[in-house]
Ligand binder design. Structure first.
Ligand SMILES: Nc1nc2c(ncn2[C@@H]2O[C@H](COP(=O)(O)OP(=O)(O)OP(=O)(O)O)[C@@H](O)[C@H]2O)c(=O)[nH]1
Ligand SMILES: [Mg+2]
Length: 395
């Protein structure tokens, strides 16, 4: 469901912690080289002293011995000179490396400081990966900016790096997923039943084949189980076999269906269903509509008419998770036409990317109330931001 996006975040975390380990090893190497060099310098000093002493002793030696010792000392001096040269070379090599120590403030303490330049490349990679996972560009940018803001130039516990980054991502996901009108389905339903005159009318809209009819059947089943009486309005009078399809669901669920002929006015069918519910004391009317693309102005106008006539308490957009970024534009058009209350994202079970969830809430501010996760009536998962986050952030 969210595997793709989860893998991308996991990659990012792995690279970030690996980069940190690599940096740490580099620092340790430099530190060891520095200590070795100091030791050698000490050794050279001692040897130089010895040479001086030997030089002083030289005239006091016998002729032959003098000569031998002289040769020996000369050799020693040569050796030491060589050693000195090696040390000098090491010093040259050490110089540019020392600068890197600043990257990670204290090698032997547990705190680290990550500079912007250390993770710039990784963050750019993550941003791109999120876009690939169907997360809208704005949303990806926001997530990456939050990581940068909360991580760069902050002193953090080395061992905690992974956990800290995960928490930063979690926080930004929560901000993105929870919008002002987010509320649990049952709470809202109860509130409407208590405060509004029955029946409570719910209009379902969305593009062709998104799963409107199936989702209506799932919701009818849920309301039935909660003890409510439900009527469905077969207001898709356009698509071939649409009426038979919803009728079959109604028969299976034991739910009342109000239908008309193909080509009939969908608003009139909805009106009849509402009337039926009023006279027979039903709690809910669920209005099915024909699928329509957001680019078809006539069909969007027809939808406005259905909404005007039926005056729904809730208008729900049903869209496919696999539509990815196209979803945002679709929802915006429907929202502009009839003001949406909720969105249901179907076929999450067939979507390996999952990024549409984030894009939808962030860009349209229409709260998701359910996910469709299969074709059975029970495959309707109530939206829970923490469940989404748990599925996105690797353990
Ligand atoms: N895997 C999966 N399939 C789904 C889900 N929701 C709906 N479907 C399937 O998607 C197909 C289309 O579903 P419908 O309910 O007919 O979609 P619709 O929006 O009413 O379609 P139109 O009325 O033609 O616009 C059907 O085969 C459904 O079984 C879901 O959450 N997961
Ligand atoms: Mg349908």
């Amino acid at each position: 469901m969210f595997n793709f996006i989860k893998n991308k975040i996991s990659d990012f975390l792995n690279k970030l912690t690996k980069k940190d380990e690599k940096e740490e090893k580099k620092q340790e190497k430099q530190q060891t080289a520095k200590l070795e060099k100091e030791e050698k310098e000490e050794q050279i000093k001692k040897e130089e002293q010895k040479i001086e002493e030997k030089k002083e002793q030289l005239p006091k030696q016998t002729e032959k011995k003098e000569q031998e010792k002289k040769e020996e000392s000369k050799k020693e001096i040569k050796e030491l000179e060589k050693l000195q040269k090696v040390s000098a070379k090491e010093e040259i090599e050490l110089k540019p490396k020392v600068g890197l120590i600043k990257q990670i403030s204290s090698v032997f303490s547990n705190k680290i400081v990550i500079e912007k330049k250390d993770i710039e490349e990784l963050l750019a990679e993550l941003e791109l990966a999120l876009v690939e996972a169907d997360v809208a560009y704005d949303v990806s940018k926001k997530i990456v900016e939050q990581i940068e803001q909360k991580l760069v130039n902050k002193e953090i516990e080395k061992k905690e790096l992974n956990k800290i980054v995960k928490n930063i991502i979690k926080e930004s996901l929560l901000e993105i997923l929870v919008v002002e009108k987010s509320e649990p389905f049952e709470k809202k339903i109860k509130e409407l039943i208590q405060t509004e005159q029955k029946p409570i009318k719910i209009l379902f809209v969305g593009p062709n084949g998104a799963g409107k009819t199936t989702t209506i059947a799932k919701i009818a089943d849920r309301l039935n189980r909660l003890g409510y009486k439900v009527v469905i309005s077969a207001s898709d009078t356009f698509r071939a076999a649409a009426i038979e399809q919803i009728e079959e669901h109604c028969n299976k669920l034991g739910v009342k269906l109000i239908k008309s002929k193909y080509g009939a006015d969908p608003a009139a069918v909805a009106f009849d269903a509402i009337k039926y519910a009023q006279t027979n004391n039903y709690d809910f009317v669920l209005i099915d509509t024909a699928g329509r693309q957001n680019t078809n102005i006539n069909l969007i106008d027809e939808l406005k008419k259905i909404a005007r006539v039926s005056k729904p308490h809730l208008k729900i957009y049903v869209g496919e998770s696999i539509a990815g970024n196209a979803l945002v534009e679709q929802v915006q058009t429907f929202k502009k036409a009839i003001e949406l209350d909720w969105a249901i994202l179907t076929k999450l079970d067939c979507d390996p990317k999952g990024g549409a969830t984030l894009s939808l809430t962030y860009s349209t501010k229409v709260p998701i109330v359910f996910f469709g996760v299969g074709q059975d009536y029970s495959d309707l998962k109530e939206f829970d931001p923490n469940w989404v986050i748990e599925n996105i952030i690797p353990n």
